[in-house]
Design a protein around this ligand. Structure first.
Ligand code: GDP
Ligand code: MG
Length: 449
């Protein structure tokens, strides 16, 4: 194995930058470019910071150096990290000096890939690291952190063990082919399989919430022109993002913006107001708004309650699914002429996008509708589509096996499904030798991680 190097901190000027090397020879490489006043680098105590001088040709910096001795490092190999003064130029010069000293540039996620190959972390744990780095909300950080703790890994290992036990029972049954297999044998095998099925179902039941955590709750702001949709977007965001005017047709394209509430991500989609229009651009915008109804988790139907409803409002209402719609009775600061209680919506919130009245109430309502309040802290939530798909496939295979058992089919068929389910679960942690999955995952990492 060679020695790799990367700047692990983000590119920019800051207090410090961390440059990291991993490989068999990194201690020797460091000893040629780093000097401590008293101790030779080769005698550095592992996991201890030393203040010294980095020097290579004309490159100098007073910086820190720390040595992690294999296997007690992130990668499982010898690792050296320099904490130099944070600046694009100085960190690049040190990085290039290390390349001239014998290191090769690390590819994306290479440190983590080596860690995986050395058994230091599983694929799902590595994905947890990426999720934490890319997180936009506290809930994403929590979900990523749970992965890094190995919570999903240990569930997967339990389920794989359950399948192995089932396979062992089948083996025993097949060892006595001369005896007719009794019904009890089938029941015994089924009983070994059912707990695995239940566990997968329980974990999968968190996937919808997990998607909302990862992608954010998609909220479409819908209604006729001038109802106050863009004003509502601005009021929810707390700053003026969208253009607001009293000219109809101001918002022509959909506009997406995110806000965080109680640690969860909500994605607002402001759309072109629905009305009959001769303008091509506006018409395309209106079609996009209507299309958005299909993808929205929640729709905010904004009504201007200071003027009577018209055909546009009724046309809009006919398109809405009342279940995921909140009726926003906007412009509550003006004289009210619409009786919103008669429109057939369960959830009605009075708002003044102008004064901010009702906005906090609406945020709380949206949080309730996403059911984040009922999340059981401490249990794993599936936020990663790759994990969800593997669990779904494994569940299908186990259901096939259970069907075969119920119909007293050949046990060989049952064995095949169970083995495939075992492998599919193994794709989650990387315990299935599926090289494509492994390469794809690490290519999503940043360089230096
Ligand atoms: N008084 C009052 N005016 C509002 C309120 N919300 C929006 N407006 C006004 O209504 C007009 C249309 O607002 P806008 O947000 O552009 O509506 P949109 O076409 O639905 O996006 C603008 O003149 C806003 O200032 C509100 O709650 N109260
Ligand atoms: Mg608008």
């Amino acid at each position: 194995m060679g020695n790799i190097v990367a700047i692990s901190t983000a590119m920019g000027n800051g207090g410090i930058s961390i440059i990291r090397m991993s490989g068999d020879d990194v201690l020797n490489i460091a000893s040629r470019v780093f000097s401590h006043p008293k101790i030779d680098v080769k005698n550095f105590e592992p996991r201890k910071m030393y203040l010294g001088t980095f020097h290579y040709e004309n490159v100098y910096d007073k910086c820190m150096c720390v040595y992690f001795k294999a296997p007690y490092s992130y990668t499982g190999e010898d690792v050296i990290e320099f904490q130099c003064h944070g600046g694009i130029t100085i960190s690049n010069l040190i990085y290039e000096s290390l390349i001239k000293s014998g290191c090769t540039p690390a590819t994306k996620g290479e440190f983590s890939k080596i860690a995986f190959l050395n058994g230091k972390l599983t694929l799902d744990e590595a994905e947890g690291v990426v999720d934490m780095i890319n997180a936009e909300s506290e809930s994403e950080i929590r979900a990523g952190y749970d992965l890094t703790l190995g919570k999903l890994k240990s569930d997967v290992e339990d389920m794989q063990n359950g399948l192995t036990t089932t396979l062992a029972k089948i083996e025993v049954a097949l060892d006595y082919p001369e005896e007719d297999l009794e019904k009890e044998t089938y029941i015994d095998i089924k009983n070994a399989l059912l707990p695995v099925k239940e566990k997968i179902e329980k974990i999968l039941s968190t996937a919808d919430t997990g998607r909302l955590i990862k992608d954010g709750v998609k909220i479409l702001i819908f209604g006729k022109t001038n109802a106050g949709k863009s004003s509502l977007l601005n009021a929810l965001l707390g700053y003026d993002r969208a253009i607001v005017t009293d000219i109809e047709g101001t918002t022509r394209d959909t506009l997406e913006e995110t806000y965080i509430y109680k640690g969860y991500k909500f994605v607002l989609i402001d759309s072109a107001g629905i009305r009959k229009s001769d303008n091509l651009v506006e018409t395309i915008g209106i079609e996009k708004s209507i299309d958005g109804l299909k993808y929205a988790d929640i729709v905010l139907f904004v009504v201007d309650t200071s003027i009577p409803l018209d055909d546009n409002d009724y046309d809009i209402m006919s398109r809405l699914n009342v279940k995921n719609t909140v009726l926003i009775a906007n412009k509550s600061d003006l004289k009210q002429v619409v009786d919103v209680d008669k429109l057939g919506f369960d959830t009605i919130i009075k708002i003044s996008s102008k004064t901010g009245e009702g906005v906090d109430n609406l945020k709380e309502k949206l949080y309730d509708m996403a059911k984040f309040g009922s999340i059981n802290n401490g249990s794993i939530i599936i936020t990663n589509a790759r994990h969800r798909d593997a669990l779904k496939d494994a569940l299908d295979l186990i259901n096939n096996a259970l069907d075969a058992i119920d119909n007293v089919k050949e046990l060989d068929l049952v064995t095949m499904d169970i083995k495939d389910a075992w492998l599919r679960l193994g794709d989650i942690t990387g315990n299935s030798d599926n090289e494509n999955i492994i390469n794809e995952i690490f290519s999503k990492f940043c360089v230096g991680k």
